[in-house]
Ligand binder design. Structure first.
Ligand code: NAD
Ligand code: LMR
Length: 329
């Protein structure tokens, strides 16, 4: 029997939490042979803690054999103690009239506090996935507030954008998502995100030979970038089950490997492709041996460079805002 892994989920009583926790308990994230000590963090108010207890009761009632223990708390220092994996979901979602970046002021403090707590008590090699929006910049905040932890391990979720692109392309090319390779979404999980088909193949053929440039540029890219808003309009709430699914995919591949395939993760830039070092930027990576490597040495054309530049500008603007918040923290 493997040693249990300590996994934190914040926002445990929220919409995404309600999908995510049960998938984790079932073994979808770390494999069906990996026991888990599950730590659930919620806000310190009566209603949130009551809701969180209700979710914990339901987890108990699933009798998941992999859940070695379940702890629900509102104290980040208890929750992150020796944690090896953290999914930072807890934060406010936007409403239909907002952009994701409008959440910066509302949510930044959460990631300052949780960054500080992780820095003090978490496992030194903790793997962090930030889901709470604006997720790229919130991951940057958490990393800046955790200077003693491995900076590479502060990632943000753009796998949902990859998954959305996969299905749109599969439907258009009359294929299946499993037949698609080398697709990536660059940049920010915001309006400028760049679903990139330059290197993508569908059943071994170049994707761009199977679809028109007009559809790619004028339909696909805006559809994926606006998908979050479309879901809020349709459902009255932001995406939840698909977001939880993408979080499972992200951590699954990071820990267990992506079998040589590309996966999109927003990771701290190492300066590749002219992306300023330290921005948390969506990029193609390959995961192996519990780590990720940015796919290197791609020849970028002007169209790619222009889209990447727009994302650099967007993330630099967000970074300038939160640098002031971090300086005061
Ligand atoms: P929700 O409002 O249903 O749940 C959020 C939960 O977080 C609530 O239960 C709240 O009490 C809790 N919370 C707030 N502050 C907290 C704190 N300091 N510590 C612990 N818990 C705290 O929202 P949701 O639908 O689950 O969405 C959560 C976040 O995920 C939002 O910011 C949303 O925009 C984002 N999101 C990101 C993606 C992505 O692709 N990156 C996709 C979907 C949603
Ligand atoms: C999404 O892409 O579905 C999430 O980021 C939620 C949102 O605000 O769009």
């Amino acid at each position: 029997m493997k040693k249990p892994v300590k996994v934190v989920v914040t926002g445990a009583a929220g919409q995404i939490g309600y999908s995510l926790l049960f998938r984790i308990g079932a073994g979808d994230m770390l494999g069906t042979d990996q026991p888990i000590d599950l730590m659930m963090l919620e806000r310190n108010n009566e209603q949130s803690l009551k809701n969180s207890r209700g979710v914990q009761m339901e987890l108990d009632d699933c009798a998941f054999p992999l859940l070695n223990s379940i702890t629900a708390t509102s104290d980040p220092y208890v929750c992150f103690k020796d944690a090896e994996i953290a999914l930072l979901v807890g934060s406010r979602p936007r409403t239909a009239d907002m952009q994701r970046a409008d959440l910066l002021a509302a949510n930044a403090q959460i990631f300052v506090e949780q960054g500080k707590a992780m820095n003090e008590v978490a496992d030194r090699n903790i793997k962090v996935l930030v889901v709470g929006n604006p997720c790229n910049t919130n991951a940057y905040i958490a990393r800046r507030c955790s200077p003693d932890l491995n900076p590479r391990n502060f990632t943000a979720m753009m796998r949902l954008d990859e998954n959305r692109t996969l299905t749109q392309v599969a439907q258009k090319a009359n294929s299946t998502v499993a037949q698609i390779s080398k697709l990536a979404v660059w940049g920010n999980h915001g309006g400028t995100m760049f679903p990139d088909l330059t290197n993508a193949t569908v059943a071994g053929k170049p994707a761009l030979d199977l679809i028109t440039e007009d559809w790619y540029v004028n339909e696909l890219i805006p559809t994926v970038a606006k998908r979050g808003s479309a879901i809020i309009q349709a459902r009255g709430h932001s995406s939840a089950a698909s977001a939880a699914n993408a979080a499972i995919d992200h951590i699954h591949d990071w820990v267990l490997g992506s079998n040589g395939e590309w996966a999109t993760m927003a990771v701290p830039s190492d300066g590749s492709y002219g992306i300023p070092e330290g921005l948390t930027f969506g990029m193609p990576v390959i995961c192996k041996n519990g780590d990720y490597e940015i796919v290197k040495d791609l020849e970028l054309n002007q169209f790619q460079k222009d889209h990447i530049a727009a994302n650099i500008r967007a993330l630099e603007e967000e970074r300038a805002i939160v640098d002031e918040i971090i300086a005061k923290a």
